[in-house]
Design a protein around this ligand. Structure first.
Ligand code: G4P
Length: 190
């Protein structure tokens, strides 16, 4: 998506360790017009798919996912993170290892908000190693829900998660795909 790529070039900041800061429009301060355009593009890509629920994980996926829920006219459910091992029986849960932040979070969704019969679009701001997507997909499988696919704002292709999941048969649509990222600049993949 050209508009997102141009914004990343203009306002994104490359940090050591392959981390891209997009705090001025996606991760801290939010640009609602841009997020609306992104959600509309995901709606175009998933036209005809009977999606009735959007699923993300807290925290920074919520802004884009909320806009996607608005455009798809369906609820957004976000998985909550917990470091506790005391998980009640009425949640679906999965462990997600964070490459960027380090450590493991158990993420969980109340059984009340996800179940068999749901057709889910998983949405997130970043796709790097794919750990979050794998965890959210596992939660959908526990719930007996169908995963229509994923809608990602920024995929860091060089971290491999997206292509691994595609090879496993999952539909993954990313609005900006970064092939490489160095202090000298970014290269996008079509
Ligand atoms: P994943 O996103 O594919 O699961 O891979 P990874 O384990 O690397 O991601 C860990 C966290 O870091 C995720 O947020 C992810 O969205 C975020 N992240 C990954 N790469 C980047 C990057 O280049 N820039 C920024 N700004 N974030 C990145 P999270 O653990 O869900 O935490 P939260 O920040 O949403 O609360």
């Amino acid at each position: 998506m050209k508009e997102l790529e141009e914004r990343i070039r203009k306002d994104g900041k490359v940090k050591p360790g392959g981390v891209l800061k997009v705090d001025s429009f996606l991760n801290h301060q939010i640009d609602p017009q841009l997020l609306y355009a992104m959600a509309t593009e995901l709606k175009r890509l998933y036209a005809g798919v009977p999606i009735n629920k959007i699923l993300t994980v807290e925290a920074s996926g919520i802004a884009i996912a909320s806009m996607v829920g608005y455009v798809f006219s369906c609820p957004l459910v976000f998985a909550k993170k917990s470091k506790t091992i005391n998980i009640s029986d009425d949640v679906w849960s999965a462990d997600v290892v964070s490459f960027t932040h380090g450590g493991t979070n158990r993420v969980m969704v109340s059984k009340e908000y996800l179940g068999a019969g749901d057709c889910v679009l998983i949405v997130d701001d970043f796709l790097a190693t794919g750990a979050a997507l794998v965890g959210l997909k596992a939660i959908c499988e526990q719930a007996g829900a169908t995963v229509a696919g994923a809608g990602i704002a920024i995929e860091k292709v060089f971290q491999g998660g997206g292509n691994r999941l595609r090879a496993e048969g999952m539909r993954v649509e990313s609005l900006a795909k970064i092939r490489s990222m160095t202090d000298n600049g970014l290269e996008f993949e079509n």
